[in-house]
Design a protein around this ligand. Structure first.
Ligand SMILES: [Zn+2]
Ligand SMILES: [Zn+2]
Length: 266
C-alpha cells in the first residue's frame, strides 16, 4: 500500500514537521499518494495545545507542494475534524471554505474531555470509560455527517492508564455494531490507522475485529493512514496494515479525490 491518508504537519497544534519534509520523505519511501489531514478541533478545551487550523495558509502551502511535486507524487488536501454534536454547523462552514479532497471525522473529545489525559479515566472503570467514548461517537453521528471516513474508531484504547487493559470488540459488540451500521447507512467509510502500533499496541486502530465487522456488515470504504506527526513515520507499518485488511476480507482500499472514493487493489 503506497497511499497514506492520515498525516499531520506544522499546521496541526501537536506537530512541528514541515510539509515539504513530509513530501520529500514520502517520495524517498516510494509512496504514490499522500493526503494531508491537519487537525481542526474547534473549541479544544485544554490550554497546552491549540487545534484551530489556519485554513487559508494551510491550503495555500499544500497546493503549492501539490503542484511542485506533481510529477513525483499525488498530493491531496484534507482535514481531520474533531467531531462533537454541537459543532456540526461550524464544521460545515469551515469545510466549505476550500475544495478539500477528503475529510476524516474523529472523536478526540468525550463530553468535552480528551481521553489522551489520564484524568478522563479517574473514577471510571475501563469498561465505563470505553462505553462513554463509543456512546459519544453515536451521538456525533446524529448531527455530524460532513466527513468521508471515521477516524481511529477505538482511539481511546491507546490511552488507558490501566496496565491490565485487554480491549475486545466482543465486550462492546452491540454499540460498535450500531456505529458501523450507521456509518454504512450514511455511505461513510472507516480508516485503518497504524498509529496504534506506534502507541505500543499490537494492532492498529480500530482493532482487526472491528475492521472485519465493518466488512461483514457490508462496508467497503476504508483508507489507510499512519497518523504521522513526523515525516519519518509516513507509511509506517503499512506492510502489517495490508495483511490486516486482507485478513479482514478486503480486496481494495481507498483514496479520495473531491470527496469521492477511488478504489485501489490491495
Ligand atoms: Zn485523531
Ligand atoms: Zn490524526
Amino acid at each position: 500500500m503506497l497511499s497514506d491518508y492520515h498525516l499531520h504537519c506544522y499546521y496541526s497544534g501537536d506537530s512541528d514537521e514541515t510539509p515539504e519534509n513530509i513530501v520529500k520523505t514520502a517520495v524517498s519511501k516510494g509512496m504514490k499518494h499522500l493526503c494531508f489531514t491537519d487537525h481542526l478541533d474547534l473549541d479544544y478545551p485544554y490550554d497546552d495545545c491549540c487545534f484551530d487550523l489556519d485554513i487559508e495558509k494551510y491550503y495555500e502551502e499544500i497546493s503549492y507542494l501539490k503542484e511542485t511535486f506533481k510529477n513525483k507524487i499525488d498530493i491531496r488536501i484534507g482535514m481531520e475534524t474533531g467531531l462533537e454534536p454541537q459543532l456540526s454547523k461550524r464544521l460545515d462552514e469551515k469545510i466549505r471554505m476550500k475544495d478539500f479532497d477528503f475529510i476524516i471525522g474523529s472523536s478526540h473529545l468525550v463530553n468535552r474531555m480528551d481521553p489522551y489525559y489520564p484524568s478522563y479515566f479517574e473514577g471510571r472503570t475501563n469498561k465505563e470509560a470505553y462505553m462513554e467514548y463509543f456512546e459519544s461517537i453515536l451521538a456525533c453521528l446524529e448531527t455530524c455527517t460532513n466527513f468521508d471516513v471515521y477516524g481511529h474508531i477505538d482511539y481511546i484504547v491507546r490511552y488507558t492508564p490501566y496496565k491490565d487493559d485487554t480491549f475486545q470488540y466482543r465486550d462492546f459488540s452491540d454499540i460498535i455494531d450500531s456505529i458501523l451500521s450507521k456509518l454504512i447507512d450514511l455511505g461513510k467509510g472507516i480508516e485503518l490507522n497504524t498509529g496504534g502500533y506506534n502507541a505500543g499496541l499490537s494492532y492498529p486502530n480500530p482493532c482487526p475485529d472491528i475492521i472485519k465487522r465493518y466488512r461483514e456488515l457490508g462496508g467497503e470504504i476504508i483508507t489507510a493512514g499512519s497518523d504521522a506527526h513526523k515525516a519519518i513515520r509516513i507509511g509506517d507499518s503499512f506492510d502489517k496494515a495490508q495483511n490486516v485488511l486482507s485478513e479482514c476480507g478486503f480486496k481494495y482500499y481507498c483514496v479520495f479525490k473531491n470527496r469521492k472514493p477511488e478504489f485501489i487493489k490491495l
